[in-house]
Design a protein around this ligand. Structure first.
Ligand code: LIP
Length: 291
């Protein structure tokens, strides 16, 4: 836990609890808006990094709701969201928002998409931030994960703990894939080498839900290259507070280059494999893990 970049003290336990309560209230409110406002035929409002990286009207409405509520309740905080420009605050707290994580699932009506709300202290960069409060609300089925720094991770009032580690070849591993053909080609190379070395792969389609399901014991480990700060922020705290290590490769912190998560011994084994495969690089053929 690195000190906030501007050396302001981290919030105390009671302040963390208040931030968690607000994160949950906001995530549930945005989730209601996403669910009740879902038309029979979801329309694509726009695209981003590629034609398959879509934004729907509900993504935009969800983030607008979250920002309105934060402006009212936390007017001096910053905001970093997936769909609108960053807002720099003066309080030292920044809210990191994914209005719908798993947008393609939402577009297709696959019930695995979530609203992710996190409060971070310090520069809102996964390499240096301290996530202090988090909520990931799975909109379709209502599962709602919460976590506060040092306060544990919870689902439906139950304190969460990651699974007891098992060898990698008996681990159920979550992952995901990017939106560009170049990135997907590289990720296909990596997953082809990982798949024979683990129990199985699950591609849920929401990084936030992947990490929360790791915290709940539904996965043994997770890795993905290309996560944005809003994919990662809230769920990384849920996973850590459930006992997971959340890291990058080669000693780097978790972030866009690579995110690996799991119980320490499992995460270490997966990191070792992914480093041999050069899984954090798109421009290589990768090493031979069978050697
Ligand atoms: C999604 C991530 C997921 C990844 C998808 C997509 P989005 O975020 O949560 O892990 O595999 O490609 O990036 O775009 O639905 O907010």
């Amino acid at each position: 836990m690195c000190p906030p970049a501007d050396d302001r003290p981290l919030p105390n336990g009671a302040e963390v609890d208040r931030l968690v309560e607000l994160a949950e209230r906001l995530a549930r409110g945005a989730g209601d808006l996403v669910l009740t406002g879902r038309p029979d035929q979801v329309e694509v409002s726009g695209t981003k990094s590629s034609l398959i990286d879509v934004v729907t009207e509900r993504d935009l409405a969800s983030e607008a709701y979250l920002r309105r509520e934060l402006a009212r309740e936390r007017p001096y905080d910053g905001v970093l969201g997936e769909e609108e420009d960053p807002l720099v605050g003066t309080s030292g707290v920044t809210w990191v928002l994914d209005p719908i994580d798993g947008t393609v699932n939402y577009l297709y009506g696959i019930p695995a998409y979530a609203v992710s709300v996190a409060a971070v202290v310090g520069t809102p960069d996964p390499a240096v931030w301290t996530v202090v409060a988090a909520c990931v609300h799975a909109v379709a089925d209502g599962r709602t994960w919460t976590a506060g720094l040092g306060r544990g991770a919870y689902l439906a009032g139950r304190r969460l703990a990651v699974n007891v580690p098992v060898p990698l070849d008996r681990s159920l591993v979550g992952t995901g894939f990017g939106y560009t053909a170049e990135r997907r080609t590289s990720q296909a190379r990596v997953v082809a080498q990982v798949l024979p070395r683990v129990r199985d792969i699950r591609r849920i389609g929401s990084a936030a839900m992947d990490l929360c399901m790791l915290a709940s014991g539904n996965l043994d480990a997770y890795y993905e290259r290309g996560l944005q700060p809003w994919d990662l922020a809230a769920a990384s705290l849920v996973a850590r507070e459930a006992g997971a290590v959340v890291t990058g490769l080669r000693g780097a912190p978790a972030g866009e280059e690579m995110t690996v998560a799991g119980p320490a011994v499992t995460a270490a084994a997966l990191v070792g494999l992914l480093e041999v495969l050069d899984a954090d690089r798109d421009d290589v053929s990768g090493g031979d893990a069978s050697a």
